[in-house]
Write a protein that binds this ligand. Structure first.
Ligand SMILES: Cc1cc2nc3c(=O)[nH]c(=O)nc-3n(C[C@H](O)[C@H](O)[C@H](O)COP(=O)(O)O)c2cc1C
Length: 175
């Protein structure tokens, strides 16, 4: 099989990480994969905020937990050493699709480099809270954006579970 397609098939969501920070060069490559994802009318609406400050990650995870309604023992960011927040320009009609596609590209890129990632949801709600707004402010983003995804990132600890069998009857060929 083509090695790029093989990489996509073998990628799994990772929720257990070594504490080590991924190398900067690896993060740059993952970001490149996001920057070069297709976007509606080529308008490049997604923006990427790379967060490796442990206190800030902890605050964002805590807010995510509150939005999810989970008990204090839950860490929705699974102790990941890096979080890439994907936000996208609200004024672009395709911004949600653009941001999701960029996040998917980055997940496949992370796997290709031996890193693990997982999409963590509730970014839309979180960027509407004071902590989300302060992250945008710290990044210098002043235009209206919507939170699309938090991609947690790090070196995987152990092996993720194998992929579940694909549901049948989801593909239709009309020759
Ligand atoms: C839109 C979306 C939202 C997701 N939200 C979460 C989440 O909040 N927490 C989490 O642990 N995983 C989340 N995931 C990861 C999925 O659970 C995971 O992709 C799915 O179980 C399939 O597993 P795989 O990625 O290993 O193929 C999300 C994935 C997507 C695409």
């Amino acid at each position: 099989m083509n090695p790029i397609i093989q990489n996509m098939i073998e990628r799994r969501s990772v929720r257990k990480f070594k504490p080590d920070l991924p190398a900067k060069e690896e993060i740059y490559q993952i970001i490149e994969a996001g920057l070069f994802a297709p976007t509606g009318r080529g308008l490049q609406s997604p923006r990427f905020i790379v967060i490796s400050n442990p206190e800030l990650i902890q605050k964002l995870s805590e807010q995510n937990r509150i939005i999810g309604g989970w008990p204090e023992s839950v860490d929705p960011f699974y102790g990941a050493p890096v979080v890439i927040a994907v936000v996208a320009d609200e004024e672009v009609p395709t911004h949600v699709y653009d941001g999701a596609l960029a996040a998917g590209n980055m997940q496949n890129a992370a796997h290709a480099l031996g890193l693990g990632s997982c999409w963590i949801h509730r970014a839309k709600q979180e960027f509407e809270t004071p902590i989300g707004k302060s992250v945008l402010e710290q990044a210098g983003i002043t235009e209206p954006v919507e939170g699309i995804s938090f991609l947690i990132l790090g070196y995987p600890e152990g092996e993720p579970a194998p992929a579940p069998v694909r549901k049948p009857n989801r593909v239709f060929y009309l020759d």
